[in-house]
Design a protein around this ligand. Structure first.
Ligand code: GDD
Ligand code: MN
Length: 383
């Protein structure tokens, strides 16, 4: 992501200090821009707010520059053209970096989000909200277009998956308003795909949030750029945000999930070696343990502890096998001690087995986290 301006900038009347910056990411929206500008500035003027509008266009080649030059004659509107870079989220971030206002608004440029709501959102920010969202799913909110079952379900599932990250009803919305302080608090932004509001919400740690109901209109011209690729990116993005918000919990959860799949792998090979190759069950048991431990090592490396790029391949594998072996000994040792020394477990041996599994897993997780997959100095896992 570049920091400095790239591409042409068309400047309009510059009134400093300006209070509200409205950021419009655009890709082939030239036909919608005039109405957007008229409605945005009408609504700002109506509330006595000073404002600027920043259009961040990804070199649409549809006459956006001409339209913006024209509008810049009347309004405090600037166009930033990004060349060789595409993406809604990064365009929004670019706009936010260029913004001069104290209150920052981001919205779609296709007339889906009503500019008339900006003033109410700004008012809430002035009343102390750290993050205000234009929401379709609170009382009074509505969607104009008739959405088919697939799109509805899609939107609900996407929203549901974000439920542990926020209490907001419509975190998929791209219409939001924040005070500059929220933007300044954002750390480690690494957006993927479309859901920039969610990214800013999580990374800024905004607590005082609020939702303004909106009527989500059907776009007038052009078409949506939302597609399957964006939806898959959303899942990856969500994974990163969860990891950011709950680093320890996610690590443990991933470790346990990997371990469970390891048990399945272990079992499959244990039987396979015996019945397919006629190997004795004692040997099969030992070999399947190595295969399962290798499986666990690989997935813990690429999923749980994010050490994918570490060059210490064989060394790390050997240490993981050692950690797994030690942990298995703890597991078995616990079972042995309990069932030979404690009367209760002499009767309830299966409970002793479970206690052993817990002890072994705890040992394996601890050794993995602090020894096998410990991050080398000066290197941080991506968030
Ligand atoms: N600069 C830039 N670059 N802008 C983009 C790009 C891009 O690659 N892709 C899309 N945009 C702009 C569009 O021009 C539009 O102004 C806005 O981002 C939203 O894009 P749409 O393609 O119209 O999105 P949508 O209608 O499917 O999605 C809307 O609903 C989602 C929730 O259902 C948007 O409001 C999303 O923000 C929202 O998350
Ligand atoms: Mn749209």
């Amino acid at each position: 992501m570049s920091n400095g301006p790239r591409g042409g900038i068309v400047s309009g009347t510059e009134t400093e200090p300006c209070r509200v910056s409205v950021i419009l990411p655009t890709y082939k929206e030239s036909k919608n821009l005039e109405e957007m500008a008229v409605r945005i500035f009408r609504s700002l003027d109506g509330a006595g707010l000073e404002g600027e509008c920043i259009v961040v266009d990804d070199d649409s080649g549809d006459g956006t520059e001409a339209v913006c030059s024209e509008l810049a004659g009347t309004y405090n509107l600037r166009l930033i053209v990004r060349k060789g870079e595409r993406g809604l989220s990064t365009a929004v971030l670019r706009g936010l970096r260029e913004a001069r206002g104290d209150v920052l608004v981001v919205m779609d440029a296709d007339l889906s989000h009503p500019p008339e709501k900006i003033c109410e959102m700004v008012r809430r920010v002035r009343d102390g909200a750290e993050f205000v969202l234009g929401s379709r799913y609170v009382e009074g909110g509505e969607i104009e277009e008739h959405w088919g079952l697939y799109r509805k379900l899609n939107s609900k599932v996407a929203t549901g998956l974000a439920c542990l990250l926020t209490n907001l009803k419509d975190p998929m919305s791209g219409f939001f308003c924040i005070p500059r302080s929220t933007w300044d608090r954002c750390r480690d932004l690494s957006p993927l795909g479309y859901k920039i509001a969610l990214e800013i919400l999580v990374k800024s740690g905004a607590k005082r949030t609020s939702e303004v109901p909106i009527f989500f209109s059907r776009r007038k011209y052009g078409e949506s750029k939302m597609n399957l690729r964006e939806q898959l990116l959303y899942l990856r993005h969500l994974g990163r945000l969860y990891r950011y918000r709950y680093p320890g919990e996610i690590e443990l959860l991933a470790f346990l999930l990997v371990g469970s799949t390891g048990v399945v792998v272990d079992t499959i090979f244990y039987f396979l070696f015996q019945y397919l190759f006629g190997i004795s069950h004692l040997v099969a048991r030992a070999v399947s343990f190595f295969i399962a431990a290798t499986w666990n090592w690989y997935w813990n490396r690429v999923v749980t502890f994010l050490q994918g790029g570490s060059p210490r391949f064989a060394f790390q594998w050997a240490r993981f096998i050692a950690a797994s072996t030690v942990s298995f000994l703890f597991n078995w040792g616990t079972y042995y001690l309990l069932t030979t020394r404690v009367p209760y477990f002499v009767v309830h041996k299966y409970v002793a087995l479970l206690v052993g599994v817990v002890v072994g897993t705890t040992s394996n997780f601890t050794l993995s986290k602090y020894i096998v997959f410990r991050e080398p100095e000066g290197r941080r896992a991506p968030t």
